[in-house]
Every structure is written in structure tokens, then in C-alpha cells.
Design a protein around this ligand. Structure first.
Ligand code: KG4
Ligand code: ZN
Length: 413
């Protein structure tokens, strides 16, 4: 009799509110036990970003504060200014990402944060904040290499197996690497001087595109892409750099200096002062963008041929992934498509918002490392940030020694 009463009570119809509570509980139990959930924090350069991602690749919440507008006004990133802006925004951005995800910090499987490479003062803000969180909530910590995160982002958006070739082109980096595993990279080539995004930013500044009514809030690279659409690249004869060097390295400083000279000459011809927008700005933007695209495509073509010769990529359906801020440039993507078509490879790019710096890629890198059981720390006392940190094993010398001749392709973009 007693048992019957008890059973009746347990199975009596629960109230709507109770059902709602139970569902919510199950939902968050599901999120934190069935799926691993990682909070990712990114402050390596000029974006304060955070995101919560689960191991199915679902982005549960994300938030970002971009400093681009401030740095455009100062004509480049001033590290103490970037640091101050990170400090002012990090707590709010992390809170926003967590709130949107409906995950409380106690439910997280781990906290992942970019600790290398990047601007020392910027990296420091993210690391200090993360260490506090880790200690407060007693969570594992996963230190993240910024370029590794860019490289692995594609595995969140597409079903991509290892190995694949990756080209990372941004404001601070330029490299070609073979990705053999979550933290297993062979570096085939890198920029010997500045990165393409940095070069495009400098050209955009020299062209005073911030004064152009339609480009004033765009990053330099984006402004160049925007203006190039209405320019004629054939008005200027720019040649891609390093044509004789049969390796996969890059260089952009020479091209930047030649462009500076062209701008100076045009200012004289048009009779305008430095700081005003040239009438030929769109033509210059188109010529520079085309030359950068050809240079990047040629080095990438050689890297693909090297990997194919050495059987480093699958014979069928080899994949080239392009990421980093400059990868959001559709002209450069088209140039790379010509290369992948010629080599029977597939070109994959994350969507533009995941190409530039973001918190999602850091959280996803955390998930990848959790799954692989790599670099998960339970003690953060001795953790330090590293402003300079190469990616993987450098085999660029061997690539150069192979001296692969790359066939000329028509770059009709
Ligand atoms: O990856 P990212 O957000 O930051 C790092 O440098 O790590 O890349 C920012 C860079 C800037 O130099 C910006 O000018 C460039 O990416 N960029 C572009 C475009 N959008 C951003 N470059 C060319 N075309 C674009 N559409
Ligand atoms: Zn980046």
C-alpha cells in the first residue's frame, strides 16, 4: 500500500514549470557531460574575442570587440593602447560569450587561451584573465598557438581529415605548412620579412584610404580589395617578388617600397600633397592586389607540387586550406583556385568571420586538444606567454633544395 502511494506520487503529472526546469537541467547536463564544452579566449593582437564551443563543433556563444577603428586612427597598432583596450573589454566579452551559450563556468570542460605568438602586452591580458578564471573555477587550462588555431578552424566547418596543406595569411603571419595532426606541422615556407596583411595595411595607409568616404572604417586589406574592384591593374607594371628563388618562402617589403615610389611619382604628376587620396588609387590597389595574389599563388603551387612529389598528401582529393585575415580576400582566393584546379586539389576556406581573429577558433582548438589528450594543464603556476613561436618542424630548406619548377598559369581573375 505504502509503495503504491509513493509510486503514485512520483508519477503524478508534474507542473509546466517543473517540466521546464527538468528540460533545462537535462539540456545543460547534455551539454556538459555528453558533449565536452570549451571556453576559448583570444587577445593576441587587436581583437578581444571569446567563444564557447562543444565537441560537435556547435558554437554555443561568442562575442568579439575589434580595435580596428582605434588603430586605423593611430596609423597602426600601438601595443600599450591595444593592451588597455583588451583590459577594458575582456571581462565583458567573456561574460557575453558565456551568457549567450547558457553555460555556466562550472559546466566547462576546460578553458583554452592564445598564449603564443602575438604582441606581448596583448597576450598578457588574455593569459592573466584566464589564469584567474582557471583558479576560481578549478578548470583544466589549454594553452593555444594562434596559428595552430587558424589552421584547424576548417575542421569545425568542414569534414577534413589529416593531412592537408594550409596557407595562413594575415596581418602578422604568412606561412605554408603541412598539417599532419592536431599539433603536428611541417613548415614548408614563410615570409622572410613582413606579412601580406601588414603590407596591404601599409599601402592603404600610404594611399590615405582612411580619408576615402567608403573605406574609412575598413582594415587596410579590405579597403584595397574594395577599391581594386573599380581599378585597372594593367595601368601599373608590378612584378611578383622572388621569381628566381625556387622555394616556398615569401617577401612583401620590396613590393611595398616599389608601391611607395609609384605613389610618390603619382602625387607629383597629379600635383597633390601626401595625405590626399590619388585619383589613381583604385588602379594602384588593383595592381598591388594582383601582384600579391600572384606571389602567394606561385609559392603555394610549389608547396602543393612538393607535397605531391613526396607523397605527403593523399593522391586523391588533396586539400589546400587557406585561412587568416587576408584569406577573406576573394581575389586572392580566386588566384588560389586556379592553382588547385591545375593540381587537382580542393581549395577550402573557412567563412570570412572565422578567417580573421576570433574566439571560436581558440575554443575549437581546445576541443581538438581535449579529444587528442594533448597539452591539457591542471597546474598554471609556471605558464608564460611567448610573443615569438614558430609553428612545427621547419623543412623550408629541404623544399628550396628540391628547386621545383612551377609551370606558368594564366592568372585571368
Ligand atoms: O587574422 P587577422 O584578423 O589578424 C592577424 O593578423 O592575426 O588578419 C588581419 C589582417 C589585416 O592586415 C587586414 O588588413 C587583413 O587581414 N585583411 C584583408 C582583408 N580583410 C582583412 N586583407 C585582404 N583582403 C581582405 N578582404
Ligand atoms: Zn590571426
Amino acid at each position: 500500500m505504502l509503495t503504491l502511494t509513493k509510486t503514485t506520487r512520483v508519477f503524478s503529472k508534474p507542473s509546466k514549470r517543473r517540466v521546464h526546469e527538468i528540460l533545462r537541467c537535462l539540456d545543460s547536463l547534455g551539454k556538459c557531460f555528453l558533449h565536452r564544452v570549451v571556453l576559448g579566449i583570444e587577445t593576441s593582437c587587436d581583437d578581444t574575442a571569446a567563444a564557447v564551443v562543444d565537441d560537435t563543433g556547435q558554437v554555443l556563444g561568442e562575442a568579439i570587440h575589434s580595435q580596428t577603428e582605434v588603430h586605423l586612427k593611430t596609423g597602426g597598432i600601438v601595443p600599450p593602447v591595444a593592451q588597455q583596450l583588451h583590459r577594458e573589454n575582456i571581462e565583458r566579452i567573456v561574460q557575453q560569450a558565456l551568457l549567450a551559450s547558457k553555460i555556466s563556468p562550472t559546466e566547462l570542460s576546460a578553458i583554452a587561451t592564445t598564449i603564443k605568438p602575438g604582441l606581448a602586452l596583448s597576450l598578457g591580458v588574455g593569459l592573466t584573465f584566464s589564469v584567474q578564471l582557471v583558479n576560481q573555477f578549478k578548470k583544466p587550462f589549454i594553452p593555444i598557438h594562434h596559428m595552430e588555431a587558424h589552421a584547424l578552424t576548417i575542421r569545425l566547418t568542414n569534414k577534413v581529415e589529416f593531412p592537408f596543406l594550409v596557407l595562413l595569411i594575415s596581418g602578422g603571419h604568412c606561412l605554408l605548412a603541412l598539417v599532419r595532426g592536431v599539433s603536428d606541422f611541417l613548415l614548408l615556407g614563410k615570409s622572410l620579412d613582413i606579412a601580406p596583411g601588414d603590407m596591404l595595411d601599409k599601402v592603404a595607409r600610404r594611399l590615405s584610404l582612411i580619408k576615402h568616404p567608403e573605406c574609412s572604417t575598413m582594415s587596410g586589406g579590405k579597403a584595397i580589395e574594395f577599391l581594386a574592384k573599380r581599378g585597372n591593374r594593367l595601368h601599373f607594371d608590378l612584378r611578383p617578388p622572388m621569381q628566381r628563388a625556387k622555394n616556398c618562402d615569401f617577401s612583401f617589403t620590396g613590393l611595398q617600397h616599389i608601391t611607395d615610389k609609384i605613389i610618390m611619382q603619382k602625387e607629383r604628376e597629379e600635383g597633390i600633397e601626401k595625405g590626399q587620396v590619388l585619383s589613381s588609387a583604385a588602379d594602384i590597389a588593383a595592381a598591388v592586389q594582383h601582384t600579391v595574389a600572384c606571389h602567394i599563388a606561385k609559392r603555394t603551387h610549389r608547396a602543393l607540387l612538393f607535397c605531391q612529389q613526396r607523397d605527403l598528401l593523399p593522391r586523391n582529393n588533396a586539400i589546400l586550406v587557406v585561412s587568416g585575415g587576408v584569406a577573406s580576400n576573394f581575389y586572392i582566393r580566386k588566384a588560389l583556385e586556379i592553382i588547385t584546379n591545375a593540381t587537382q586539389c580542393t581549395l577550402l576556406c573557412p567563412p570570412p568571420r572565422l578567417c580573421t581573429d576570433n574566439g571560436v577558433m581558440i575554443a575549437w582548438n581546445g576541443i581538438e586538444r581535449l579529444r587528442a589528450g594533448l597539452g591539457i594543464l591542471h597546474e598554471v603556476k609556471d605558464i608564460r606567454y611567448e610573443p615569438k613561436c614558430p609553428l612545427g618542424i621547419d623543412i623550408s630548406k629541404e623544399v628550396g633544395e628540391a628547386a621545383i619548377k612551377v609551370p606558368s598559369l594564366k592568372m585571368n581573375i
